[in-house]
Design a protein. Structure first.
Length: 147
């Protein structure tokens, strides 16, 4: 076993209602902030829906890594970190593509399609903040190699 890496990975499990409540509330806050900044409170719903691509979708990208990919990677801390960052980046690009397609349905102008890399870095940033919160609450997290 490499230092800092858990010997046996446990599958991540959480009740669906907890996942939905947390991620929908975060999306509502983000949707409200974006709508207020744009000066159009009637767009809270569409912006909340767009935010859910990264709140709820990002959660499931992380769950896919934890329950499907992590155990297939070597238990080398550096490779685990690199693999996770790459997985977050690719997942973020796909989420951004979905978000931009949804935005088009609501005639909301976002960055161009070739700028999918924005979504990759956005999800990495979101996940790093989420794992920092887990670290501060002494929960398993990316930084310690425990979650």
């Amino acid at each position: 076993m490499t230092a800092g890496i858990t010997e046996r990975w446990q599958h991540f499990r959480e009740p669906l209602w907890q996942t939905l409540i947390r991620n929908v509330l975060i999306a509502v806050v983000v949707g409200t902030i974006v709508s207020v900044r744009r000066g159009n409170l009637s767009s809270i719903g569409p912006f909340t829906l767009l935010a859910m691509w990264f709140t709820l979708g990002g959660h499931y990208v992380e769950v896919a890594f934890l329950n499907g990919i992590r155990s297939r990677l070597p238990k080398n801390r550096g490779l685990q970190l690199f693999g996770r960052l790459v997985f977050w980046f690719v997942g973020g690009c796909l989420l951004y593509l979905g978000m931009t397609m949804t935005a088009r349905l609501f005639s909301i102008k976002l960055a161009r399609y070739p700028d999918l890399w924005i979504g990759g870095f956005l999800l990495i940033g979101i996940e790093l903040v989420a794992h920092l919160a887990a670290l501060l609450r002494r929960k398993p997290n990316f930084y310690l190699g425990t979650g």
